[in-house]
Design a protein around this ligand. Structure first.
Ligand SMILES: *[C@@H]1O[C@H](CO)[C@@H](O)[C@H](O)[C@H]1NC(C)=O
Ligand SMILES: *[C@@H]1O[C@H](CO)[C@@H](O)[C@H](O)[C@H]1NC(C)=O
Ligand SMILES: *[C@@H]1O[C@H](CO)[C@@H](O)[C@H](O)[C@H]1NC(C)=O
Ligand SMILES: *[C@@H]1O[C@H](CO)[C@@H](O)[C@H](O)[C@H]1NC(C)=O
Length: 425
C-alpha cells in the first residue's frame, strides 16, 4: 500500500460523510481472491465454459513437444526417444512439458490387409506401443497424429471413415493425445468430420487429449468447444516474425471462447528454430503464454542453445499460461505507426493481472498502459513484478505504468492490486 491511496481514501470518506446516499470505504483486497480484477467488458467470458468437451483434460493448456516444426517428415523412434530423454534431463518435463507428440509421417503409406494403420517399419520398427511404454516409464505422455480426411497431409492413410478402428488402435497402444489434421477432406465440413473421432476416442474408454487441427477455416471457436480440447485458429506457423505476429493477431479475435477444457491453438512454438531473434522468440513465448495457447516446443531439444532453454523454462511465464483461472489474455491497447506499441493483458487467479508490453516497432520505444486501458479502477494501486527479470519494481504504480522496450521485444509483468474501493449505496 502507498501513502497516496490512504489520502484518497480519507478524501473519499470525507465526501461520503457529507453525502447520506453513498458510503465508500477502502478495503485491502483479500489474498487469493479469485474474482477477476478487471471490468467484465474488457474480458468477455460470456462463452466461458459453455461448450467444453468434458473428458477431464486440458484444465490448463497442454504443454509438451511436437516433431513437425523442426523435423517435418524426418522422424524415427530414435529421435522421439532421445527427445523424451532430453525433456527429462533439461528439466523441461518437470516444468510441465509432458506430451511427446509425433506428427505426420509415422505410418506406412498404406493400411494393412485387415485395414489397420501400420507404423512405418523402417522408421518405427519397434512399433508405437513400445514407444508409448518407453515414454510412460519416464512419466511422460505420447501423442500421435492422424487426419480427418482420406490421407494425411504427407499422403499417409487418413482416419476419415475409419474413426472407431483407428481410435481403438491408438488406445490399445497407450496413446494419450491425438492431433487431427485437415488434408484430403473431400470438401466435407469440419463440423461433420471432427465429432466422429471425438465419439470414437470417448468410446475407447481411454482418456485421450483431442487436438483439432482444421486451421481455423470454419471458425472453430464457435463450435469446437464441445468437440475438442483445443482447436487451431489459423494456418500453420512458420519460423518468421511475420508469421508469428500475424498468427497472434488472428488468434486474439477468439479470446472469449477459450477456457478450462478447450483452448484456442495458434499453433506450436518456433522458439529455438533460428528464424527469429532472441527478442522475437521472447515475445513469441510471452504472447503464447498470455493467450493461453498450448505450449508445444517445436525445436530440437537435443541441441538447444542456452538462450532457447532460458526462454522455454521461464517458470513465471509458464505459470501465466497454466494459471487456474484460465482466461485468455488479449490485446487491450495499441498506438503508434501501424499500432506497433502494444499492450496485451489478461486476468489471473489471486486477483492479479498479467500485462505484456510488446514493441512491434522498428526501434526501441516507451509503451504506457493506462489503468483505463486495463479496465482497472482509476484509484487502484498495484505492485509490479517483472517476470523476465524476476524482479519486483521498487514502487507501486498508480493510474498508469510505462516501460521502455527494445524493438520486437516484449516485457511482461504481474500486477497485483494493493487496495480497492468498495462502493455501497
Ligand atoms: C532418425 O532421425 C534423426 C532426425 O532426423 C536423424 O538424424 C537420424 O539419422 C535418424 N536415425 C535413423 C536410424 O534413421
Ligand atoms: C466420455 O464422455 C462422457 C460425457 O461427456 C464423459 O463423462 C466421459 O468422461 C468421457 N470418457 C472418456 C474416456 O473420454
Ligand atoms: C511464413 O508466413 C508469412 C506470414 O503468413 C508468409 O508471408 C511467408 O510467406 C511464410 N513463409 C514461408 C517460408 O512459408
Ligand atoms: C545444433 O545447433 C546448431 C545451431 O544452434 C547447428 O549449427 C548444429 O548443426 C546443430 N547440431 C546438430 C547435431 O544438429
Amino acid at each position: 500500500m502507498v501513502n497516496h491511496t490512504v489520502y484518497i481514501s480519507l478524501l473519499i470518506l470525507w465526501v461520503s460523510a457529507i453525502s447520506i446516499t453513498v458510503a465508500v470505504r477502502v478495503v485491502p483486497l483479500p489474498e487469493n481472491n479469485e474474482r477477476p480484477a478487471l471490468k467484465s467488458n474488457l474480458f468477455d467470458t460470456s462463452n466461458y465454459g459453455k461448450l467444453q468437451l468434458n473428458n477431464g483434460l486440458a484444465q490448463t493448456p497442454q504443454m509438451g513437444w511436437n516433431s513437425w516444426n523442426f523435423f517435418a517428415c524426418n522422424i524415427n523412434e530414435t529421435v522421439i526417444k532421445e527427445t523424451a530423454d532430453e525433456l527429462i534431463s533439461t528439466g523441461l518435463a518437470e516444468l510441465g512439458y509432458v506430451y511427446v507428440n509425433i506428427d505426420d509421417c509415422w505410418s506406412s503409406p498404406s493400411r494393412s490387409l485387415q485395414g489397420s494403420l501400420v507404423p512405418d517399419p523402417e522408421t518405427f520398427p519397434s512399433g508405437i506401443k513400445s514407444l508409448a511404454d518407453y515414454i510412460h516409464e519416464k512419466g511422460l505422455k505420447l501423442g500421435i497424429y492422424s487426419d480427418a480426411g482420406v490421407f494425411t497431409c504427407q499422403v499417409r492413410p487418413g482416419s476419415l471413415f475409419h474413426e472407431s478402428a483407428d481410435a481403438e488402435l491408438f488406445a490399445s497402444w497407450g496413446v494419450d493425445y491425438l492431433k487431427y489434421d485437415n488434408c484430403y477432406n473431400l470438401g466435407i465440413k469440419p463440423e461433420k468430420r471432427y465429432p466422429p473421432m471425438r465419439d470414437a476416442l470417448n468410446a475407447t474408454g481411454h482418456t485421450i487429449f483431442y487436438s483439432l487441427c482444421e486451421w481455423g477455416v470454419d471458425d472453430p471457436a464457435l463450435w469446437a468447444g464441445g468437440v475438442g480440447n483445443s482447436w487451431r485458429t489459423t494456418d500453420d506457423i512458420n519460423d518468421s516474425w511475420a508469421s508469428m505476429t500475424t498468427i497472434a493477431d488472428l488468434n486474439d479475435k477468439w479470446a472469449a471462447y477459450a477456457g478450462p477444457g478447450g483452448w484456442n491453438d495458434p499453433d506450436m512454438l518456433e522458439v529455438g528454430n533460428g528464424g527469429m531473434t532472441y527478442q522475437e522468440y521472447r515475445a513469441h513465448f510471452s504472447i503464447w503464454a498470455l493467450m493461453k495457447a498450448p505450449l508445444l516446443i517445436g525445436c530440437d531439444v537435443r541441441n538447444m542453445t542456452a538462450e532457447t532453454l532460458e526462454i522455454l523454462s521461464n517458470k513465471e511465464v509458464i505459470a501465466v499460461n497454466q494459471d487456474p483461472l484460465g482466461v485468455q489474455g488479449r490485446k487491450v491497447y495499441a498506438e503508434g505507426k501501424d499500432n506497433c506499441k502494444q499492450v496485451w493483458a489478461g486476468p489471473l487467479s489471486g486477483n492479479r493481472l498479467v500485462v505484456a508490453f510488446w514493441n512491434r516497432c522498428s526501434k526501441a520505444v516507451t509503451i504506457t498502459a493506462k489503468w483505463e486501458a486495463l479496465g482497472l479502477d482509476p484509484t487502484i494501486s498495484v505492485s509490479v513484478r517483472d517476470i523476465w527479470k524476476h524482479e519486483d519494481m521498487p514502487e507501486d504504480a498508480l493510474t498508469s505504468f510505462s516501460t521502455q522496450v527494445d524493438s520486437h521485444d516484449c516485457k511482461m509483468y504481474i500486477f497485483t492490486p494493493q487496495m480497492a474501493y468498495q462502493f455501497a449505496v
